[in-house]
Write a protein that binds this ligand. Structure first.
Ligand SMILES: *Cc1c(COP(=O)(O)O)cnc(C)c1O
Length: 357
């Protein structure tokens, strides 16, 4: 056989995204909602499935979905960009504003896809570090922004995997810094509904700020792959040039629109999970663990008397899957557990107590 084609050199050297899909009873590793959407939502989606014109392309502008999201957030339709999961939103941002010769700033530890997508798009990643307590360090942000002059700077609030929220003062200060070098600030709010405030408050047509959201977590729709961005219309217009035509299928547009009729149910699920998070947090604090306070639907913790890889494996042996963050930058020895149902969390806590005893 002739020589096989090789990928781009930078792709050949890359690791892919690692989130093992192990078959276990209790899956607390990807921050999905443990609760499905309400039956009335499923019924309404079924009606839409029957009414779908399968032989026609979907509405390329996703007019209705964007109109409804705009109404929910009090912005104009032209300030909403929708895509296949917020990951596709981030990818479109990277392809539009990043790429060869441009850099993208992240502050580790944070959501791994920010740097991964930036690299795939050919951007240089300017990596800043958080402080020892894993909080954002504004001096470090100043240093990275001044040295790398990144096209895009990422914040994540609440931050995955630490659960920490950035304050309005911090986000405003970072935004000023980013605008000072002609960059764009992206605030990833995948867990925004759990947080006490949102960077959406700072959005304006003349600020270089966008906020991303997803249906994968609080909306209980991870299976659908739907996310969106809110930001200035001049950003949305550029993203529309880059994304593939008809990228968002008709069913997904319908499901995302119908979901917005069930905001109260979503908020109820968020408050159930917030209360349950308090219970799990208190139980974890009884064990030999370092525990980070979380404003999201997961908790980061570090065993202080056992090896994290062993703990992870022994939990898997008890059919409980959490996320092993031990190999992530700045997170040696850390694991992350998603808040599940009371039963799932009890199974996790029982298994963890056994493993640590
Ligand atoms: C889960 C998550 C996402 C969601 O990505 P989707 O592609 O919308 O499923 C985005 N950002 C962060 C920080 C996340 O944790």
């Amino acid at each position: 056989m002739a020589d096989r084609i090789a990928p781009r050199d930078d792709i050949a050297m890359m690791d892919g995204y690692h989130s093992p899909q192990v078959s276990v009873d209790v899956r607390l590793n990807t921050n999905e909602s443990p609760l499905p959407p309400p039956q009335a939502f499923l019924d309404a989606v079924a009606v839409q499935v029957a009414a779908t014109e399968w032989h026609r392309y979907p509405d390329r502008q996703a007019t209705e979905l964007r109109r409804r999201l705009a109404a929910v957030h009090g912005v104009g339709s032209g300030q909403v960009f929708v895509a296949n999961g917020s990951n596709e939103v981030l990818q479109t941002l990277s392809l539009t504003y990043g790429g060869p010769g441009r850099s993208i700033a992240v502050f580790e530890p944070t959501y791994a896809m920010h740097s991964q997508i930036a690299r795939v798009a050919g951007s240089t990643v300017a990596e800043g570090a958080r402080g020892a307590d894993l909080a954002l360090d504004l001096d470090e942000v100043r240093r990275v922004v001044a040295e790398a002059r990144p096209a895009i700077t990422y914040l994540c609030s609440p931050n995955n995997p630490t659960g920490m929220v950035e304050s309005a003062e911090t986000v405003t200060e970072v935004l000023d810094l980013v605008e000072g070098i002609g960059g764009l600030l992206v605030v990833d709010e995948a867990y925004g509904q759990f947080a006490p405030w949102s960077a959406l408050e700072l959005l304006s047509e003349d600020r270089s700020l966008v906020v991303t959201r997803t249906y994968s977590k609080t909306w209980s729709m991870a299976a659908a792959r739907l996310g969106y961005l809110l930001g200035p219309s001049w950003v949305v217009a550029e993203l529309e040039k880059v994304v593939l035509p008809y990228h968002l299928d008709a069913l997904k547009q319908a499901a995302g629109t119908i979901a917005l009729d069930f905001v109260d149910d979503m908020e109820r699920r968020v408050s159930i999970l917030t209360e349950e998070r308090g219970r799990v947090d208190a139980a974890l604090r009884e064990l030999p663990l370092e525990v980070w306070p979380s404003a999201a639907n997961f908790i980061l913790f570090r065993p202080t008397t056992a090896d994290a890889n062993d703990v992870w494996q022994q939990l898997v042996d008890r059919s409980v899957l959490v996320r092993n963050c031990s190999g992530w930058p700045g997170l040696t020895g850390c694991l992350r557990v998603t808040i599940g149902t009371t039963d799932e969390d009890d199974r996790f806590l029982t298994a963890l107590r056994e493993v640590l005893s």
